[in-house]
Design a protein around this ligand. Structure first.
Ligand SMILES: [Zn+2]
Length: 220
């Protein structure tokens, strides 16, 4: 949860962990964009298959802007609407800073993205996810993909991607289908991760139970 930002960018994950930057409900006075809280395991909303948007209107653009601001704040290099509990097929990416922290930003906006083609050739790379903080595992995916989508202006576009962009596109499109990167790793590893998050959530809800602290104080 407190991964130093500088270190994060050197990692090879898709969404970089580090929730210390979250300010829930904060609205930037300068831009009008809002930071949204990112849901994490075991939140069941991560498993919802998101619905397509009818087109890119002002509301969808505002969602894209919120996603981008929340992604940068995290910091991450990709964020799907599913991760802020909005079940719409909208996502943003910016892989420009992945290799070079000083590179200028290059935000990319996607509505209704669809994988048209994936290469038979695969590549293996370590991934992480803002919704599964602190866990990183190697994931094998097609090395190249061609994706159709609507851009920020609602115009249909096609992109052929390789390397980190291809990986990030697939990771975020997975989110829109309720799929997580841990679904691509061994069952043993996946169950170990799921167990840790379920336990942590249970501990947290027990901590919040009224009366617990009072009872402890009485015993002390
Ligand atoms: Zn993710």
């Amino acid at each position: 949860m407190h991964r130093p930002r500088r270190l994060s960018w050197r990692r090879t994950e898709i969404d970089l962990a580090g929730h210390d930057a979250y300010v829930i409900g904060f609205t930037s006075a300068k831009s009008g964009m809002a930071l949204r809280s990112i849901i994490t395991l075991p939140d069941k909303r991560l498993r919802i298959r998101a619905a397509p948007v009818a087109g890119v209107d002002g509301e969808v653009r505002a969602l894209m802007d919120d996603l981008l601001e929340s992604m940068y704040a995290a910091p991450g290099i990709g964020l799907a609407a599913t991760q802020i509990a909005v079940p719409k097929r909208v996502m943003v990416l910016d892989v420009a800073k992945r290799q070079d922290e000083t590179a200028s930003s290059n935000p990319m906006f996607f509505a209704n993205p669809e994988i048209l083609w994936a290469s038979e050739e695969t590549s293996a790379h370590e991934e992480g996810c803002l919704s599964i903080p602190e866990f990183f595992e190697e994931v094998v995916r097609p090395a190249r993909v061609r994706v159709a989508y609507l851009d920020r202006f609602g115009k249909r576009q096609e992109i052929e991607a390789e390397s980190i962009l291809a990986r990030c596109l697939q990771h975020e499109i997975d989110h829109l289908n309720g799929v997580l990167f841990i679904d691509h790793i061994s069952r043993l590893k996946r169950e170990r991760i799921l167990k840790k998050f379920s336990k942590a959530a249970k501990r947290e809800s027990e901590d919040r139970k009224p009366g617990r602290h009072e009872a402890e104080a009485e015993r002390a």
